[in-house]
Design a binder for this molecule. Sequence first.
Ligand SMILES: C[S@@+](CC[C@H](N)C(=O)[O-])C[C@H]1O[C@@H](n2cnc3c(N)ncnc32)[C@H](O)[C@@H]1O
Length: 361
Amino acid sequence: MVYYIRFLKTPKIQKLKGGSLSVSALICIATDLGDAFLAQDVDLLVTLTLKDSEKVLHQEPLSWKAGKRELPILLGPFHPQLSQHIIILSVSAADGRKPRSPSLDSLLGNPGVPLVISGWSAPFGGPGSLVAEKLVERRFGPKDCLNLRIWEETGNSIARHIWDAAIASVIYLQQISAGDSAVKAPLLETLLQPERSAPLRVIELGSGCGIVGIALAEMLSQCSVLLTDLPEAEEIVTQNIAVAKPTHSSNLEYRVLDWDEPLTDDLCNNSVDLILVSDCTYNADSLPALVSVLGRLVQTSSDAVILVALKRRHESEVVFFDLMQSSGLFNLHHDSMQLPSQHDQFDQIEFYCYGNKTRHP
Ligand SMILES: C[S@@+](CC[C@H](N)C(=O)[O-])C[C@H]1O[C@@H](n2cnc3c(N)ncnc32)[C@H](O)[C@@H]1O
């Protein structure tokens, strides 16, 4: 599993005796679930940048040690003028012995997914608050490729975080849409091809922060994505939609869709081509409702392909496969991807394409 830089206390500017300033924060490096801390030493790089120009104001190394549960950051003293600027604090893993520049985490090319996913704070200082909002931004992709930026909340909400299967889904969809010959997923290749005669209609269930659907709308033209989740995801996902950069002919929307509620008529009547589900099978209790929604959607859209990405977290999740089969949804293709884990281990993310067998013989 990959590990995420998390702000336990978001950065703040403090006045020191004599008028100079310091910037402090408290971080940890933990899994998506927040249930385990990184148990290996990692060199980190802490960077203060100006919000608008991204000019680096200050940079210093820091070490995360195996066995730690938190790591204080204290930068300074700085000139009092610092508080006039709106700044951002970022923490990234240094690459080898030399600290890495705070560039974007490369998900989509060499050197692949990093073990530690960097975090950028919300802006703070200037005329606004001296304390950063309880948010963390993830930035993915080299600048000449997909330049994906997604906000997460710093608390422990399930819906307002990015989960590992979402990261793998973004890479998988990007590989397919880029025609990567190493990935063989014929159904998805047809759907994601750049030259489509009609727009691609996509719905994502349990979208959380919206990273997968947003990435798709940023990588494909003529792609219309409806992100859905419970009400608690609405604020963060709409914030992410507001800063997203879908291609000029693509669009993003959000609406609440609770699997336990009946589907509204418009959702039942509007057909879709692709249904995305990432890291939504961890809770066996919610699987009957999830599968029932998938079945309803495929009733209307008999050609739709469902892409389910999952990381097995509990044995009870296997019931998902039985429920899908009982609903007449057939596994048409499956695949997997490895994400890095600590001590040079790997973690498996599984992908399953489901659909109506008669329509996809
Ligand atoms: C583990 S998170 C995954 C979020 C996102 N797909 C990702 O991979 O980053 C599971 C998501 O399913 C959503 N969820 C759980 N039960 C739900 C329900 N009954 N109706 C709609 N969404 C639900 C949660 O709110 C949460 O956003």
